[in-house]
Design a binder for this molecule. Structure first.
Ligand code: GAR
Length: 195
């Protein structure tokens, strides 16, 4: 059984989808949900699901990412994850952190990468006049929102879409895609899931 830790910053709807999926014959189980924001709504949901939680507030560390990450790593190493899932985790990671978890760290990003790394992905897709948008799960490498593709789901961009309406349509697919990728990845299969 693979051990999965999940990093969040907010409401954690993707995290909840991952937790809900890890039952029965699933090859993985959740061991920790951690956040850089002690007020993240997802922490309450994880605790309610019976999963151990940790919060390491990044704010007291200011620009000192390495010290913030050192404390986060203590919690992570104590949980001994085989796989680390970033799920709406909004901190940029240092190369040292990435190296430590490289080859076992996944991220979900709300665009069809390589399009629109970074923020404001939905508005950028609308502004570009794209007919399609979507989400991507990839392995995390030292380059932001880059790394081997593990899955992608597509949705149409509809006339009159706002960033919010498009985000909501994409999020429904995120909740399908990420669990599907994690199940496959935890079984040792790196072939991309295309929805
Ligand atoms: C999701 O849409 C996720 O793809 C995005 O943040 C949201 C988190 O929602 N991630 C990023 O933008 C990463 N750069 P959630 O907390 O409800 O899962």
């Amino acid at each position: 059984m693979k051990r999965v830790a999940i990093l969040i910053s907010g409401g954690g709807s993707n995290m909840v989808a991952l937790l809900n999926s890890m039952t029965g014959d699933h090859p993985a189980r959740p061991v920790l949900v951690a956040s850089n924001d002690p007020g993240a709504g997802g922490l309450v949901k994880a605790a309610a699901a019976g999963v151990a939680t940790a919060a390491v507030d990044h704010r007291p560390y200011g620009k000192d990412r390495a010290s913030f990450e050192a404390e986060l790593v203590q919690h992570l190493e104590a949980a001994a994850p085989d796989i680390l899932c970033l799920a709406g985790f909004m901190r940029v990671l240092t190369p040292d952190f990435v190296r430590r978890f490289e080859g076992r760290m996944l991220n979900i990003h709300p665009s069809l990468l390589p399009k629109y790394p970074g923020l404001h992905t939905h508005q950028r897709a609308i502004d570009a006049g794209d007919a399609e948008a979507g989400c991507t799960v990839h392995e995390v490498t030292a380059v932001l929102d880059d790394g081997p593709l593990l899955g992608q789901a597509r949705v149409p961009v509809l006339p009159g879409d706002t960033a919010d309406s498009l985000a909501a349509r994409v999020l429904v697919q995120e909740h399908r895609l990420y669990p599907a990728v994690l199940r496959r990845y935890a079984a040792g299969d790196r072939r991309p899931v295309l929805l």
